[in-house]
Ligand binder design. Structure first.
Ligand code: TTP
Ligand code: MG
Length: 365
């Protein structure tokens, strides 16, 4: 990779579950998940690889997981532990480079192009990082090494768990055509379906189209898809991150009629949102642009009400909720409160942000 960037993507294996198993060795070798209990209406945050053999995965309702694997052990979430471990892991990463972009508690990109450690070998640096994470945190990490972020992330998935993989420029021509489009950044179920309608299943199918055709078919996103399908990604590893929003949500243990939602639910959620807001380093109430309330109904349909005029208060959220709740008689499964920030010109240090990051609350991962 002479003259190319050297990017490493590090991703812990079954992160929350790995921490729980580390802290309770009696769980070793057993199918283990982390999330809401199966007799509640919780969902799983993650599970170990033993549990994955049963088809269990993140975001699966715990009750469904327990049906697939009756001996599954479900451990409740303990964010403080995961945050502490994440912090320790990032201290290790910091020894290898200053150019680190944390993506979540368990994932980060590193740009080691200018590192002289291990004679500048990104492969050896990745190995050394993984060894050190295991020695100090007793957590297993996988890593991907390549000359851009897209390929490094794809590579870290390749030999998971407990592996690493390098994608060199010479390998791109063979690697990309067979890659399913749903592995590309930003391609979720909906986009994958839209692509499928045009007979595009793999990156090779995208490659058959010219850039102009892709733009005609999918607008500006078509351009991104075209670049990604050719393994092109010029995004730098960015050490700063602009937080655009913050939210909390609560899944009820039983569905509630819209006119029966008690005030204390809003009180609790508003306090939690406030707590998280005050933890942010460079953002405060004055940066709030919009308030939003998300409602998920018993039939799993969802709606979001947003306002850019309402002042930041519990009453404003309740008012937003009531406006929509009045229009329905469907019972409610989940309520979420959110705020978005006016981030023009404001940047947050990625490291601080990592500590603020919380992918889910209560039993609703
Ligand atoms: P991931 O890195 O996506 O998953 P993982 O580390 O559990 O497993 P893998 O070996 O495939 O990397 O997510 C990191 C943590 O984030 C995960 O341990 C739990 C949490 N998480 C959720 O809470 N909900 C989710 O839907 C996902 C995908 C992850
Ligand atoms: Mg992971």
């Amino acid at each position: 990779m002479v003259g190319q960037r050297k990017i490493i993507h590090v991703d812990m294996d079954c992160f929350y579950a790995a921490i729980e198993i580390r802290d309770d060795p009696s769980l070793q070798g057993k199918p283990v998940a982390v999330g809401g209990a199966s007799n509640s209406r919780g969902v799983l945050c993650t599970c170990n690889y033993e549990a994955r053999k049963y088809g269990i995965h993140s975001a699966m309702p715990s009750s469904q997981a327990a049906r697939l694997c009756p001996e599954l052990i479900i451990v409740p979430v303990n964010f403080e532990k995961y945050r502490a471990s994440s912090k320790a892991i990032h201290q290790i990463l910091n020894k290898y480079t200053d150019i680190i972009e944390p993506l979540s508690l368990d994932e980060a990109y590193l740009d080691v192009s200018n590192s002289h450690l291990h004679s500048g070998s990104a492969t050896l640096i990745a190995q050394s990082i993984r060894n050190e994470i295991f020695e100090k945190e007793k957590i297993i990490a996988s890593a991907g090494i390549s000359f851009n972020k897209l390929l490094a992330k794809l590579a870290s998935d390749w030999n998971k768990p407990n592996g690493q993989f390098v994608i060199t420029p010479q390998m791109v021509e063979a690697f990309m055509p067979v890659l399913p489009v749903k592995k590309l950044f930003g391609v979720g179920k909906v986009t994958a379906e839209k692509l499928k309608d045009k007979n595009i299943i793999s990156c090779g199918d995208i490659q058959k189209h010219s850039l102009t055709e892709m733009i005609q078919l999918f607008g500006n996103y078509g351009k991104q898809l075209h670049l990604m399908a050719h393994g092109i990604d010029d995004r730098p590893v960015s050490t700063s991150y602009i937080r655009k929003s913050l939210s909390v949500e609560e899944t009820f243990s039983a569905d509630i009629a819209p006119n029966k939602v008690p005030d204390y639910i809003f009180e609790d959620m508003f306090n939690e949102l406030n707590k998280r807001l005050t933890k942010l380093k460079h953002l405060n109430k004055t940066h709030i642009k919009t308030l939003s309330v998300k409602i998920k109904f018993s039939d799993f349909t969802a709606t979001t009400i947003q306002s850019s005029n309402a002042g930041y208060s519990k009453q404003s959220f309740m008012q937003l909720f009531k406006t929509r709740a009045r229009e329905t008689n469907k019972n409610i499964r989940l309520i979420g409160l959110g705020i978005s920030f006016d981030t023009t010109g404001k940047k947050e240090g990625g490291q601080q942000l990592l500590l603020d990051f919380q992918p889910c609350s209560n039993n609703s991962c």
